[in-house]
Design a protein around this ligand. Structure first.
Ligand code: SF4
Length: 362
């Protein structure tokens, strides 16, 4: 299957083709995965590591796992988290057992969030938010890093397998906090294999690749333990509404968080960078440039599920029959529906939290 629309590709400020080459990644091949999700079909999932083994597990119905972490540093998440949850759900629907860890130890070490506060935030907000975004609770195991001694034991064992220089080469620096956090993440990534040695996939933004590389290196050095090297799945960033590479809370006027007050999110969408022309007349004559438009990017990545509907907007924009005001109104009404559904979903999910499958530790 060809990618439906990938208007960004090489035109993004960061050239993702170069990222694939520089990081030694594989290009994501949508044909290798049955019933690809929206992010896969549209080229937003763009790369990975060892993807074939996961595609084989799916096709041959062999066991594998998918894992992700929640960092309970505050009571908001972002569109990158939404992309991760959507990819976890894809793998759950295709045979994976999911593991969600709450990185409360890391939140305490890096941001001074007490373990009690981290736990409260995870139970009252993050886990319900993940469920509201589509995580399948019946196929998910949850745990808190601080309670999981097996992860800590793995991390201590792995710490002996890497030198400071190697660590610097992967992370750029080697301060003690970073080392502790990284080896703990290696423990988390491999923890599901204590139950059963099997392949696993970690869906992340590309900035998280160092953890996957470190884990894979450590697996290579502990061959006697017979762990599978984890596979990685990488998605492009949701760009900032001002057109820069990544939506970030450091630019609040161009960043929509989850949840956000609907009016505030709509105001930001209305001010977003578009691919509109200088005047309405020129746009009607020449058409717009959805390839450069952040409103279109929101439609493509998050707001429009139906491929035909997205292509219709693309074509109408290109032909000048859809103007930016109307297009932003469409985005605003879809955002309103999304935020309302998300908040309702969180409320509903809060009632399910005590029935979830948390790993119990002695
Ligand atoms: Fe962007 Fe829509 Fe304007 Fe086209 S019509 S440039 S997609 S806001």
């Amino acid at each position: 299957m060809a990618k439906i629309i990938d208007p960004y590709g090489a035109e993004l400020p960061e050239d993702y083709a170069k990222v694939i080459k520089d990081f030694g990644l594989e290009e994501f091949k949508v044909d290798d995965f049955p019933e690809p999700n929206r992010l896969m079909r549209r080229g937003i999932v763009f790369a990975g590591r060892d993807l074939k083994i996961i595609s084989k597990c799916i096709k041959e119905k062999k066991p594998f796992y998918v894992l992700s972490g929640i960092m309970p540093t505050n009571d908001k998440i972002h569109f990158g988290n939404k992309q991760v949850v959507e990819n976890i759900r894809y793998f759950q629907d295709h045979g994976a057992k999911a593991y969600i860890l709450v990185a409360d130890l890391e939140a305490a070490a890096a941001r001074g969030v007490s373990l009690e506060e981290g736990k409260r935030r995870a139970l009252e907000f993050h886990i319900p938010a993940y469920l509201a975004l589509g995580l399948d609770p019946k196929k998910t195991v949850f745990y808190f890093q601080s309670e999981n001694k097996e992860v800590v034991h793995l991390a201590y064992g792995f710490a002996k397998k890497i030198t400071l220089n190697e660590f610097r080469a992967i992370y750029g620096n080697a301060d003690p906090g970073r080392i502790m956090s990284a080896v703990t993440q290696v423990g988390d990534i491999l923890y599901p294999q204590l139950e059963e040695r099997r392949p696993g996939i970690i869906p992340v933004g590309i900035d998280q690749d160092p953890h996957i590389r470190l884990t894979r290196d450590i697996v290579d050095r502990t061959k006697d333990k017979k762990f599978f090297r984890p596979s990685g799945l990488y998605h492009k960033y949701t760009p900032s509404l001002d057109g820069s590479l990544k939506m970030s809370k450091s630019k609040p006027e161009s960043c929509i968080v989850l949840p956000e007050d609907v009016k505030s999110a709509q105001k930001k969408l209305k001010r977003a960078l578009t691919g509109g022309r200088e005047t309405v007349e020129i746009q009607k004559k020449m058409g717009g440039e959805p390839e450069k438009c952040m409103v279109f990017e929101m439609h493509k990545q998050h707001l429009i599920e139906d491929d035909k509907e997205l292509q219709d907007i693309y074509k109408k924009c290109k032909s000048g029959t859809l103007l930016c005001g109307e297009c932003k109104d469409i985005a605003c009404s879809k955002m309103e529906r999304f935020m309302q559904d998300f908040e309702k979903g969180i409320e509903k999910a809060r009632k399910q939290v005590d029935k979830l499958n948390f790993v119990k530790f002695a």
